[in-house]
Design a binder for this molecule. Sequence first.
Ligand code: C5P
Length: 305
Amino acid sequence: MTGRTAVTVRVPAKVNVQLAVGGARPDGFHDLANVFLAVGLYDEVTAAPAPALRVTATGPDTDRVPLDRTNLAARAAELLAARYGIAPDVHLHIAKDIPVAGGMAGGSADAAGALVACDALWGTGASREELLEICAELGSDVPFSLVGGAALGLGRGELLTPLEVGGVGAGAFHWVFAVADGGLSTPAVYAEFDRLNEGVDVPEPEASPGLMDALRAGDAAALAGALSNDLQPAALSLRPSLAATLSAGTAAGALAALVSGSGPTTAFLAKDAESAVAVADAVVASGTCRAARVAVGPVAGATVV
Ligand code: C5P
C-alpha cells in the first residue's frame, strides 16, 4: 500500500477508423487490422481501499453494467493483485459517460482505468509491458484503452503499433457519436459477421495505406474517404434502424458516417467543430437516436487525474 486514500483515472472511448475483419480462427476470435482512434468521451474509475472487492457505477444506463466480478474492471483488479500476491481489496467506482455496450470500448476503458488506478493505489509499480500483458488477457480492446492516441491493432486487436496523427495535433478530427437505445453484444455481431460471410473466402485483413496517410496528414476529407468497418453490415443486419441514423448525419453535412466498432453507436466525421454541432443537432432532430455527443480525437489514453 502507498498510503494513498483514492486514485482516479480518466480513460477515453474509441472509434475504429478501419476495422478489417478476417475469417473466424480456431479459437473463435477473428484476426483484425483494427485502426483505433481514442476520442474525448471519458469514463472515470476511482480505486479506494475497502474491506473486499466492490464495484459501483453511476451514469446513463448503468443498470446494464454488471457490478459483480464479471465486470472487467473487477477482473483487472484481481489479475493485478494475483500477480503481486496481494488481496484485491478495493472499491472501484466507475463514473460512466461512454455509452454502455455501444461499440466504443467503454467496458475496456473501465478495465484499463481500474488497472492503472489499482497499480497506483497499491504501489505495485508494474511496468508498461506488464500492464499491457494484463490488458490483453482482459480483452482485445483493453490494451488500446491504456495507450490511447491512434494505433493499429493486429492479431485480435491487442498487438498495437502507435500511429502518428498530423494536423493540429491532439484532437485533430471532429466527431459526432449518435447514441442508440440499448446495446449490441460484440460476440453476437461477430457471429452475424460469420453468418453473412458463410461460404465466402474472407481475405486476410490489411491496414489501408490511404487511411494511414490521411491520419498522418490530419486530413479529415481524406480520412472520410478511407473509413471502413467490416462489422457494419452485421450491426445493420441486427439493428436495421441504424441506417436511418447514418443517413440523417450525412444529410446534415457529415463528411462520412459509419457504425462505431460492433455498434450500435454510429460515428460521424465532421469538417470542423461547428459542423460537428450541426450534425449532432440534426441526428437528434431526426428522432432516429437517443442522444448525440461531439468529441475530438486523438486524445491520450488512461491518465491518473
Ligand atoms: O476480446 P473481447 O473479450 O473483447 O472479445 C469479445 C468477443 O468478441 C469475443 O468473445 C469474440 O466473440 C469477439 N471477437 C472476435 N475477434 C476479435 C475480437 C473479439 O471474434 N478480434
